[in-house]
Write a protein that binds this ligand. Structure first.
Ligand SMILES: [Zn+2]
Length: 396
């Protein structure tokens, strides 16, 4: 209960910061507590906000309350940010939680502002104003982002952005797209064009198995031995850039074992090169632990593995590292025993990801990292990314 209350309060802080409103800590506790209590009662997936399917009172009331129209009700929208407390929320809400945890929740956990984050993998789509990125990173406590082009965004835009902000942005080579999926001759042009641009200093995720997502995204399967995958791997190995593989192992069904073998063969073939499974490879803690034990060069990016992102991708078997307010015990144990193998990443893809969706996740990770031993938290938050991608640490 303590953790949940705290999380809701910090989400709320992020929402307020986004809206440019006064800080959380000056608001009356009663309105906040009522909104937090309501979220606690209705928030079945534990992402700290209420989706339409969690809302008991019908579509019309939901739409009415969803002030920013993002499809979720936050504490602020439930009356927690209105000073005296929204009347409707007040009538509908359960009794306010006890005051002791609420008072504690009004203070950020130790390390919340101090521990900076590095986002090891995000994407800059067409339609996103680049000028919004750095202010959002500042709000999220993210010092540096490794960024690749997505969709109709040209890689040269990302290169220019990284060159303008070398301390904050590293440009990553994009492989994604039809040329890669189909192995057409244009892929060499896309790859080599970026490789010959000095601003690029990383290789973005390579889609080796991507499950179909309804009518939003098709199934993509490119064998690691296919020429376009090999060319991408060779380029990364030559330059000492970690090779980030996107495999959705849990969605692979009968092919899971074969794909795991394929990935393990890559890691074994280049024992001194870092290999990274993004989105936790959709693996459970047992499978991840086995890979870690067998391959000293295998790592994991923690993207798409928390309730905020999973809420957006219902029906897909993403790994959920969280249970209620904190890390599941098996994952906590694995991360604490192998802190050099886990890397923070948000994998913002679409313009709408670069907003409250991102701030909610950053807040969740700030709070979660504060519960880990400090050396573990620093490694996961930024140290591993700095080591593997040779990023300069944040100046004092
Ligand atoms: Zn991915």
């Amino acid at each position: 209960m303590f953790a949940r209350t705290l999380r809701v309060s910090l989400c709320f802080a992020a929402a307020l910061a986004l809206a440019g409103l006064p800080a959380l800590y000056s608001l009356p506790a009663t309105a906040q507590d009522r909104a937090a209590g309501m979220i606690k009662k209705l928030d079945r997936d534990g992402d700290g906000r209420i989706s339409a399917s969690e809302w008991p009172k019908g579509k019309k009331a939901f739409k009415h309350k969803d002030a920013d129209g993002d499809g979720y009700l936050t504490a602020e929208e439930l009356g927690g940010g209105k000073g005296g407390g929204g009347t409707a929320a007040g009538n509908a809400g359960p009794p306010a939680p006890q005051s002791a945890p609420a008072a504690a929740a009004h203070k950020p956990p130790a390390g919340f502002p101090a521990l900076y984050l590095v986002d090891a993998h995000s994407q800059m789509p067409g339609g996103l104003d680049p000028d919004t990125i750095l202010p959002l990173m500042d709000q999220a406590g993210v010092w540096h982002t490794i960024l690749s082009a997505r969709n109709d965004r040209s890689p040269s835009d990302v290169a220019a952005f990284a060159e303008a902000h070398p301390q904050r942005i590293t440009a990553a080579v994009r492989s994604k797209g039809r040329a890669f999926n189909e192995g057409t001759p244009q892929y060499a042009k896309l790859l080599n064009g970026q490789l010959s641009t000095p601003a690029f200093k990383a290789m973005a995720e390579v889609l080796l198995f991507h499950a179909q997502k309804g009518n939003k995204a098709p199934r993509i399967r490119v064998a690691a031995t296919a020429p376009q995958a090999q060319a991408t791997l060779d380029a990364a190995v030559e330059r000492g850039w970690p090779f980030i593989a996107h495999y959705e192992f849990a969605a692979a069904g009968f092919d899971k074992g074969r794909m795991l073998d394929e990935f393990a063969a890559l890691a074994r073939a280049h024992p001194n090169h870092p290999f990274v499974l993004i989105h936790m490879g959709q693996l459970d803690a047992d499978d991840a632990g086995r890979l870690i034990a067998e391959h000293p060069n295998v790592h994991f990016i923690l993207s798409h593995s928390n309730p905020v992102t999973i809420g957006e991708n219902r029906g897909q078997p993403w790994t959920n590292l969280f249970d209620g307010g904190g890390l599941k015990p098996a994952w906590r144990a694995l991360i604490e025993a192998n802190p050099d193998r886990f890397i923070l990443g948000f994998d913002n893809v679409w313009p709408e990801h670069w907003g409250s969706f991102y701030l909610h996740q950053a807040e969740l990770w700030h709070r979660t990292l504060a519960t880990l031993p400090p050396a573990v938290a620093r490694a996961v938050a930024h140290g591993n990314a700095e080591r593997l991608w040779h990023l300069p640490p944040k100046p004092e």
